[in-house]
Ligand binder design. Structure first.
Ligand SMILES: *Cc1c(COP(=O)(O)O)cnc(C)c1O
Length: 477
């Protein structure tokens, strides 16, 4: 399988190459040249099978023979063995027709673990096979950074640099990043928003010299392997509710559009998905784009669901590419407009194509708090603020389109990551699981940096052992 850039001006790569590249050199995102199909019989066979087994069946057609099948299976089994629930991603019924999919039983209590635990093993495998080192960089609105640090800490081939927006993550999220203690982990509190951090990471990738010198690799959902790992739970959950014989709709708390795009891929692969519902907080660029056709970057607002405080939804470019019938020149035009005037208009055809599969709702702060309280009152269940945005959007979807198929709202984080928001809604502070209690008094290590690309580059070079090795090799030659 080859992987092509959404901007069409980068050479197609293999799976392993895209794994280590992240962003394409032309600024685009990689996608497989086609989507493998699973027929109804193959999907039906997932019923009752372990999560890792389904994951192997879904992921292997994208990897083909680039990784020996037994090695791939071992990495997948190992990745999900650390989860604290035997089902890995269990479904919980909230009401008739309304379910939440608990994606927070991994080591850092958010859905990012589902992809990151596997990604780290794949990257380590690829680097060892090539005898290379890499510098993993990532921008985070809180959860990606924690998941990446947990997954990559202590690995001999990699250094990790994570940038988060200073003062814009919850205390639990911050401490998960700053208390790792691993020598290969470097955490930056950037004086700016998440969009600034993501912009800085994209600029690092655009710097060819730095990219090669440090062996830069990305762990944001611009990395296709991450999105791919997330397609798996769409299969397991829909099958648990009767797929392929019965369709399901998914409601996805959305920021960077990686997770909901994974659902779109599951549908392309043959899973019967009725609707894909984009749920955002007050940062509503996607609902605005779907309702009026204008993708316009606004001001990033700080909310109680900080992992979705995002204006520039990177993975939307992937959908744009598909909605334009894979016309890379059209994507380049839209992205150039976006860079120049912070907005572009969706053309009528692609807009209709997107509306045919997606709905989108924005849920404000008061509605989020009210939803946490409602779910607790009606179902004695505590949802975190991100999941609450999803459940509130699910209710609107049911109103708009009826309830012929089950609605699955993705439960993207554990409530204990956001105790202040939960306490404000229901007067209860959800405790951290016992294995995480040490978090609140461990020593923190973090570097505060201004939003200045040169300073960020200097920091990345200093953190990168690949860069040190590169410099001494040059000195010796
Ligand atoms: C990252 C994150 C999201 C948003 O996911 P995207 O793939 O960026 O759309 C939602 N909820 C939580 C808890 C997250 O960590």
């Amino acid at each position: 399988m080859k992987y092509v850039s959404t901007r069409g001006e980068a050479a197609p790569l293999s799976f392993m190459q895209t794994l280590l590249h992240g962003l394409a050199p032309d600024g685009g995102l990689y996608l497989p040249e086609s989507y493998p199909r699973l027929d109804a019989r193959a999907i039906a066979r997932f019923s009752g099978r372990p999560y890792a087994e389904v994951a192997e069946a879904v992921i292997a057609p994208f990897v083909e023979d680039e990784i020996e099948r037994g090695a791939l299976r071992a990495m997948i089994e190992d990745a999900y063995a650390s989860f604290r629930h035997g089902a890995v991603a269990p479904l919980v019924q909230l009401e008739p027709g309304l379910f939440t999919l608990e994606l927070f039983h991994g080591p850092t209590l958010a859905f990012k673990d589902l992809a990151m635990q596997l990604l780290a093993r794949l990257v380590d495998h690829a680097l060892k096979a090539r005898g290379q080192r890499a510098t993993i960089v990532g921008a985070t609105s809180g959860d990606t950074g924690a998941a990446a640090i947990e997954a990559f800490a202590g690995l001999s081939q990699v250094d990790v640099v994570i940038l988060y927006p200073h003062g814009r993550v919850s205390e639990v999220q911050r401490r998960q990043m700053t208390t790792s203690g691993a020598a290969n982990v470097h955490v930056v509190a950037l004086e700016g928003s998440f969009d600034d951090a993501q912009g800085a990471v994209k600029a690092l990738f655009a710097n060819r010299a730095l990219r090669e010198e440090t062996g830069l690799a990305g762990v944001n959902s611009i990395n296709f392997a991450r999105v791919l790992a997330q397609t798996v739970y769409y299969f397991t959950s829909a099958v648990a509710l009767g797929a392929p014989g019965r369709a399901a709709s998914f409601v996805v708390p959305t920021g960077n559009f990686g997770d909901v795009f994974a659902g779109w891929i599951a549908k392309r692969m043959g899973l019967p998905v009725e609707r894909l519902v984009i749920a955002t907080n007050a940062n509503d660029i996607l609902p605005r784009a779907l309702s009026c056709g204008a993708y316009e970057i606004g001001v990033s607002l700080a909310t109680q669901s900080p992992s979705m405080d995002i204006q520039v939804s990177s993975n939307f470019e992937r959908l744009l590419f598909e909605a334009h019938g894979r016309d890379a020149a059209a994507v380049r035009r839209k992205m150039a407009q976006l860079a120049q005037s912070r907005a572009f208009a969706l053309d009528p055809g692609p807009l209709e194509a997107i509306r045919a599969e997606f709905d989108a709702f924005s849920v404000d702060e008061a509605q989020t708090t009210a939803e946490i309280a409602r779910v607790y009152a009606e179902s004695a269940y505590v949802v975190d603020p991100h999941t609450a945005v999803g459940v509130a959007a699910a209710r609107r979807e049911a109103q708009a389109r009826g309830t012929q198929v089950p609605l699955i709202a993705l439960g993207t984080a554990h409530a204990a990551k956001f105790p202040d928001a939960i306490e404000a809604a229901i007067g209860i502070r959800p405790p951290l699981p016992a294995h995480m209690r040490r978090l609140m008094d461990a020593d923190e290590r973090v570097t505060i940096l201004p939003n200045d690309q040169r300073e960020i580059e200097r920091f990345v070079r200093a953190a990168s052992r690949a860069s040190v090795a590169h410099a001494s090799a040059q000195a010796a030659s």
